[in-house]
Design a protein around this ligand. Structure first.
Ligand SMILES: [Mn+2]
Length: 423
């Protein structure tokens, strides 16, 4: 239909989650909250900078541009400002909505700049004739999209380079709601050249070759579980075929989970050396971004009891290691103390510690949960809004709701065991 096709390039991004609230952040006095709060906006700016620097032909955004309904108009203004920069450069944008920015979710709307197309909530084709490209897609009308959308996507246009924009959990991915479910084989059968997927926040290339199927991952990690480099995929097409798909990091805050083994380490200085080495490597990989780090100390070490007794002091010592390396570029998100004491577990004892340990191990879960619930409720009562600030995943909030988070039990047990080991 369109004859010989020129080469072209496009950027594929998804899950911008603009102004996503960062759970637990405000409760932490030392967090560089402003930088982390602005990270999704800065990552969008980086995406636009990259599109302009690379002079790509167009940008596709595969859903969840917004995290939800805007708290105020500035969220929308930010998107319009950045997409407007692309429009002025003649770089077109084709986007769909996802579950987070479904039509029914947003109560405020702004007109998008010229050259920016938000595909409607029914299957639609959008041609870019001078490039020989046809984009196909469908946005979400409502948050809960439980139907498979693929069978209703338009047939591939013969002779064109066909791109499908789809916000989907595919056949299910841990930690992601199962929306617009579909299977990889039916995507491959549909006849498109590239499926620009969104929704799953971890980058994944599911198919390469005659048909590419790609989750670019989200543009900016929002918490420590979304660790590693986040960004967009730069796609180069030559002679009607994908020549390359490159991941480009666009995040401004890099989340990292560092597991540091203290196996056999006997001195605190040696333990801190190991932490410093791990931090150096992570800071190098973050290339000057703010590194938000959860450090897990692991392994069997005679330091175990000492570390456990004063986690506050330990946290400050680890923080000092990071600050010495990168005063502006390091934040200790959390310390996870998972070391173990050497030697056999202590024999059962009949003193107070022994009885507490036995009680912890044998207690009816309901009784322990009731204790934890009452204690957590007292804790949460100490500050206004603590519950909201900590977020629903925080162990104290879960305990206050009557759940018994296993990490609370595990920590109590470890503390008692350490105390017992010291006799
Ligand atoms: Mn989504």
């Amino acid at each position: 239909m369109m004859g010989a096709m020129p080469g072209f390039r496009f950027l594929h991004a998804a899950d911008l989650h603009l102004d996503s609230p960062l759970r637990g952040l405000d409760a932490l006095a030392d967090a560089p909250a402003e930088r982390i709060r602005g990270a999704t906006r800065e990552a969008l700016r980086n995406l636009v900078d990259l599109a302009i620097a690379e002079q790509v032909d167009f940008v596709v955004l595969a859903g969840d541009l917004y995290d939800g309904d805007w708290r105020d108009w500035t969220t929308g203004h930010t998107l319009v400002t950045q997409l407007g920069r692309l429009a002025r450069e003649g770089i077109r944008v084709v986007a769909i909505s996802g579950n987070h920015d479904a039509e029914s979710v947003l109560t405020r709307r702004l007109r998008l700049p010229p050259g920016v197309t938000l595909l409607p909530t029914h299957p639609t084709s959008h041609p870019l004739p001078e490039l020989g490209v046809v984009l196909h897609g469908q946005g979400y009308a409502r948050r809960e999209m439980l139907d498979n959308l693929v069978p209703h996507y338009p047939a591939a246009v013969p002779g064109a380079f066909n791109i499908g924009l789809l916000h989907t959990s595919l056949d299910g991915r841990p930690g992601h709601a199962g929306y617009a479910p579909c299977a990889l084989p039916e995507l491959l059968r549909h006849g498109y050249d590239y499926w620009a997927l969104g929704h799953i926040h971890a980058r994944e290339e599911l198919a390469r070759g005659a048909c590419w199927v790609v989750f670019p991952g989200n543009l900016q990690g929002r918490h420590v579980k979304e660790d590693g480099a986040k960004g967009a995929s730069l796609v180069t097409v030559r002679d009607g075929q994908v020549a390359s798909v490159e991941h480009r990091a666009l995040d401004t805050v890099r989340w990292a989970r560092l597991a540091v083994s203290l196996e056999g380490v006997e001195e605190e200085a040696a333990a801190l050396d190991r932490v410093r080495l791990a931090l150096e490597a992570a800071l190098d990989a973050a290339e000057g971004r703010l590194l938000a780090t959860r450090i897990a100390l692991q392994g069997t070490t005679p330091l175990h009891g000492r570390l456990l007794r004063d986690p506050g002091a330990l946290r400050e010592k680890l923080r000092a290691e990071g600050l010495a390396l990168a005063p502006e570029g390091f934040w200790l998100e959390e310390l996870d103390l998972a070391t173990a004491p050497p030697g056999a577990p202590p024999a059962p004892r009949s003193d107070a510690f022994g009885r507490m340990l036995a009680a912890l191990q044998d207690a009816a879960p309901e009784a322990a949960a009731a204790e934890a619930q009452s204690y957590a409720a007292t804790l949460l009562g100490k500050g206004p809004d603590l519950r909201r600030l900590l977020g629903e995943d925080h162990p104290a909030v879960r305990a206050a709701a009557g759940e018994l988070p296993p990490e609370i039990l595990a920590r109590a047990r470890a503390l008692l065991l350490a105390r017992l080991a010291e006799g």
